[in-house]
Design a protein around this ligand. Structure first.
Ligand SMILES: Nc1nc2c(c(=O)[nH]1)N[C@H]1C(S)=C(S)[C@@H](COP(=O)(O)OP(=O)(O)OC[C@H]3O[C@@H](n4cnc5c(N)ncnc54)[C@H](O)[C@@H]3O)O[C@H]1N2
Ligand code: MOO
Length: 408
């Protein structure tokens, strides 16, 4: 049996990022930029007003003999339009937020600091002296033509989409999404819309994995369930040949019908199987032809947990991410973990912030068949190898499943 760290390192070493494609900007959410984004113009593109008010020359805002200066209003510049004349000494123009500053003006005073005769008024009194540049957002203040704005490798979130839209990137070069073939195995496993029969259980793993794959930004394809025969598995694997990753569940342990490993040796190679962890000991990794295959255990909780620990980082690496792993923090375990495991134990828990600390409560019975132990889980507590008991109030490391992956 190898350690979790060694397994992860060996799996990731066998994975390379997928090719680059160009996608429409809205579809780039969650993907990784494949080229540097360099501004091809200044942003803002022109000097513009930060306030609704009046554009004027700052000299004209100075008091005269204790009186506020009174200027002639020569027109209005609305956002989206350009003034058709310049500001001359002693004049001002009404200006709206976002409108280009007219030539001749070097400052803007907000409307609240003026007195005027209404929207059509041809005069305005300036009630406060304003400095040059006041309320003017200069061209290029945000981004300069030629400036590197987002380096390749950046993850595209909603805010990056906003920046790219600002620069007019209607389509974006990204590392493409991974296609993932998902295969259940086992004669006992039936489809979820079938009535239960003696000895049978529903194929929950394929659905859980499909959702988890989609949440990781990849494209899942469920191939159904292979019977416990070499022929059935061969037939299913032949459908997965164009995938970027094959995920199986079940059939990787030592039972008489655990045949996934046999097919891996027949059609590719097994790099390893069995990891010193609970749940999830019989994880297998290798290839079918050139396609990497991650064989997850059949027990549903084992399959869910090992997907988070190995499958998700694989998908992130395939999709060009450099931050692969969820952050770990120290938490205080309110209820403790009494179940002893000789393997490293990943205990499902809910972590909350309370009185200045992270506090965890486990989700109850931790058997690898207890689906309900996955509910209300937002963290995996790491109980070290060797049968360690965690007493109530003890501190352990927790992997925060809902937090974004770390720089690592
Ligand atoms: N003699 C040994 N037996 C077992 C060992 C061992 O070391 N020696 N390891 C146990 C552990 S730990 C695990 S985990 C399981 C993993 O076995 P497999 O990955 O080969 O999975 P199966 O035997 O096919 O199934 C295990 C369990 O999961 C249920 N299952 C399978 N597929 C699905 C599915 N798609 N949806 C829902 N549930 C599924 C299946 O019915 C079994 O109950 O092996 C132990 N045995
Ligand atoms: O590794 Mo198994 O996943 O303990 O149930």
């Amino acid at each position: 049996m190898i350690s979790v760290e060694e397994a992860l390192a060996r799996i990731l070493a066998a994975i390379a990022p997928l090719p680059t494609v160009r996608v429409p900007l809205p579809e780039a959410l969650g993907l990784v930029l494949a080229e540097d984004v360099i501004a091809r113009e200044d942003i803002p593109p022109f000097d513009n007003s930060a306030m609704d008010g009046f554009a004027l020359r700052s000299q004209d805002s100075k008091e005269r003999q204790g009186q506020p200066p009174r200027l002639k209003v020569t027109g209005t510049v609305a956002a989206g339009y350009v003034a058709d004349h310049a500001i001359e000494p002693g004049t001002a123009m009404r200006i709206m937020t976002g409108a280009p500053v007219p030539p001749g003006a070097d400052t803007v005073i907000q409307v609240e600091l003026t007195r005027h005769g209404g929207p059509e008024s041809d005069w305005v009194e300036i009630l406060q002296e304003v400095k040059p540049g006041n309320n003017i957002r200069p061209a290029g203040e945000d981004m300069r033509h030629g400036q590197l704005i987002l380096p390749r490798g950046s993850e595209i979130g909603a805010w990056e989409i906003g920046v790219l839209a600002t620069l007019g990137w209607a389509s974006v070069p990204v590392t493409r999404r991974a296609r993932v073939a998902i295969l259940g195995t086992g004669d006992e496993v039936i489809e979820i819309d079938q009535p239960l029969q003696p000895g049978k259980i529903r194929n929950s793993n394929s659905y859980l994995l499909e959702a988890a794959v989609r949440r990781a930004g990849a494209i899942p394809e469920r191939l159904g369930v292979a019977r416990d025969t070499v022929e059935s598995l061969r037939e299913k694997f032949s459908q997965a040949i164009n995938a970027d990753l094959i995920l199986t569940s079940g059939g990787v342990s030592v039972g008489d019908f655990d045949l996934v490993k046999n097919i891996m040796s027949e059609q590719g190679e097994i790099q390893f199987w069995r990891i010193n962890m609970r749940p999830g000991k019989p994880v297998a990794f290798g290839h079918i032809g050139a396609v990497p295959l991650l064989g997850l255990p059949g027990n549903p909780v084992s399959s869910a947990v090992t997907f988070e620990l190995f499958g998700r980082p694989v998908l992130r690496k395939l999709q060009g991410h450099t931050h692969l792993l969820k952050p770990q923090i120290e938490v205080k375990v309110e209820d403790g973990v009494q179940e002893r495991a000789m393997r490293r134990h990943y205990v499902r828990a809910y972590v909350r912030w309370q009185d200045g600390k992270f506090v965890a409560r486990t989700t109850g019975h931790q058997g690898s068949h207890i689906m309900t132990s996955l509910l209300q889980t937002n963290a995996l507590l790491i109980v070290p190898e060797g049968g360690v008991v965690v007493q109530p109030g003890d501190t352990v490391q927790a992997i925060m499943l809902d937090w974004p992956e770390n720089a690592s």
